[in-house]
Ligand binder design. Sequence first.
Ligand code: CU
Length: 211
Amino acid sequence: MSPSPTAHAQSVDQVMIYIIAVSVVLLLGITAVMVYFVFKYNRKHGHQPVDIEENLPLEIAWIVIPTLLVLSMFYFGYNSFRETRDIPKDSFVVEVTARMWHFSFKYPNGKTADTLYVPVNKPVKLIMESVDVNHAFFIPAFRIKEDIMHGRKTFLPFTAEQIGNYDVACAEYCGLNHSAMYTKVKVISEKNFNEWYEPKAEINKSSVAGK
Ligand SMILES: [Cu+2]
């Protein structure tokens, strides 16, 4: 398995594995007991149904154990969700505009792009808005997804820890070409990012033009 591109992706995966593991243990356990009882208490072997009177330890067990399991799932899931709401103060802000059927990105210096370029290991905060219908910004590799609406800004933070290209998809059905509404997030080194963000040649040209 390739390393997780974000710490958040790792924690989401751990929650997922935990929930699946609990579910599998319960499924196998319950199925095994059920099948065993079908044979053990088979009516053909002379067994008759019996009304079970109050069994306090059993009742406590079937209330307490599932409650603890569900609460633990909520606890781990909520911790992982908090990571998408607690935004580092020094985050690099990129504005995302969604429209049918396209994402565009605007950087603090006014630069715009159709692809999201970000430096590796830098906290990024996306501030997102739609100019038309509802969309959703989804980076499967980072395990993050957030709705994008018209007239209301939503946000999404992430810190990419692996250089690479990752898919971005619209995850809210938004019309005819929704299924083609894809772009990429390109995580690059800080040096490459700075070269892309403020190319030297252009700075020189504009400073010459300014004189
Ligand atoms: Cu869309």
